[in-house]
Write a protein that binds this ligand. Structure first.
Ligand code: CMP
Length: 147
């Protein structure tokens, strides 16, 4: 399986609760390597832009308010089959449905305040990585130069 990249965000609930170190350790133990990381406080407009695909959903305004309520930690991660593997490791959107041992089962509070985001396709991983990080940072730190 090819080494690829994905974008994750440790969301304001988990970051604010001081869980970012444990979550990054969990991801590293699952075989992910951190390519880029930062702490960011999203504005309302930035949260709207990031979650634009959900703008018609009933939870959109609440999601935007939550994601701009405090600092979060976006990271670009690298490993074999990164998108699918990260979604497996974080578990279902709703922590009540997430498998035992997944990040959301361990750290999430609810379907909205669910601790962590993961890109859902290679195409979205590229878009979402570009939302938070400059091409320069991504190229410098990659082990493989997949575009
Ligand atoms: P995420 O993986 O970041 O993608 C979209 C986010 O919307 C999701 O995690 C949740 O935080 C939120 N979300 C998805 N479905 C619902 C829902 N039914 N009610 C509230 N929030 C939701």
């Amino acid at each position: 399986m090819a080494v690829t990249h994905t974008l994750t965000i440790i969301k304001p609930d988990a970051f604010g609760a001081g869980k970012s170190g444990q979550i990054v350790a969990h991801l590293e133990q699952a075989g992910f390597r951190v390519v880029a990381a930062r702490v960011a406080r999203l504005t309302t407009e930035q949260a709207e832009g990031f979650y634009e695909v959900h703008k018609e959903r009933p939870f959109f305004r609440s999601l935007v308010a939550f994601m701009s309520s405090g600092p979060c930690m976006p990271l670009v991660l690298e490993r074999a089959d990164a998108v699918a593997e990260l979604r497996r490791v974080i578990g279902a959107t709703d922590p009540a449905e997430a498998a035992d041992g997944t990040v959301r089962r361990l750290y999430a509070e609810s379907k909205e305040r669910n601790a962590i985001h993961a890109s859902d396709s290679d195409e979205n991983a590229k878009r979402e990585s570009g939302f938070f990080f400059a091409e320069m940072e991504l190229i410098a730190n990659r082990q493989v130069n997949e575009r």
